[in-house]
Design a protein around this ligand. Sequence first.
Ligand code: NDP
Ligand code: 8X3
Length: 247
Amino acid sequence: MSKIALITGASSGFGEATARQLADNGWQLVIVARRLERLELLKNELGNAVIECVCLDVRDRQGVKALLEPWNGKVDLLINNAGLAAGLEMAWNASLDDWDLMIDTNIKGLTYVTRALLSGMVKKGQGHVINMGSIAGSYNYPGGNTYGASKAFVERFSMNLRSDLHGTGVRVTNIEPGMSETEFSKVRFKGDVEKAKHLYKGTKALQPEDIAASIVWCASQPEHVNINRLEIMPTVQAFGALPIARE
Ligand code: NDP
Ligand code: 8X3
């Protein structure tokens, strides 16, 4: 019998590419995002592999409970991918609305979805939670402030889940991609497509399919193997030197 994966943020980028690759590998899918029309297009493309499109804002705690708890106990793989960066301002100029948006989505939303689906996995003694972290959770950069901190939360939450789930048979993985060409920068720069394009110009960024392949690989390991963290960068990206301000 096919296993069931529930993917948040399946209307674009990593989530959409992962849905395609999991479908190719025989998984059945519950796909979640706010843009239902995008989910329905994906369902048309993938046919019977998609068993439900769920139009949901992961920030809506009651909505998550109402729409996802019915899947508790049925889902074998949860991919907590929905998330975003909003703005790249220095902390003293940043918008508190942007900070709330990232905290509410990347941190609180991810915990609501996890909580809605985890007890069913524990009961079955089998399951896998794959969280979408980022290199921004490990390496700081100017303007990364709350976004990076939200992804550091995702990494710590993932590893603490490993502790809670020890002995239950449920696996947890934190995927930590670097610069990837999706709608991420368009969203970060509030729809400024030129600014978003400029970021990727003259580089070979990671593509959504690269990250999808990593997710499928983690999910395909034998059950006694748990990939804890997977950090992936494009070859063109590396670490900056530690800057020193001089008088
Ligand atoms: P995209 O903008 O292409 O995709 C983001 C997805 O998240 C969309 O499907 C969007 O759907 C969904 N989403 C956003 N907010 C909500 C919400 N409140 N409720 C439900 N769904 C939501 O970007 P990526 O594919 O790049 O991003 C996916 C994840 O990967 C994010 O967590 C991001 O932080 C992370 N990441 C991205 C990197 C990059 O460089 N691109 C690198 C490292 C990590 P909709 O708008 O329809 O709701
Ligand atoms: C997105 C990667 O480096 O743009 O999580 O913050 S980065």
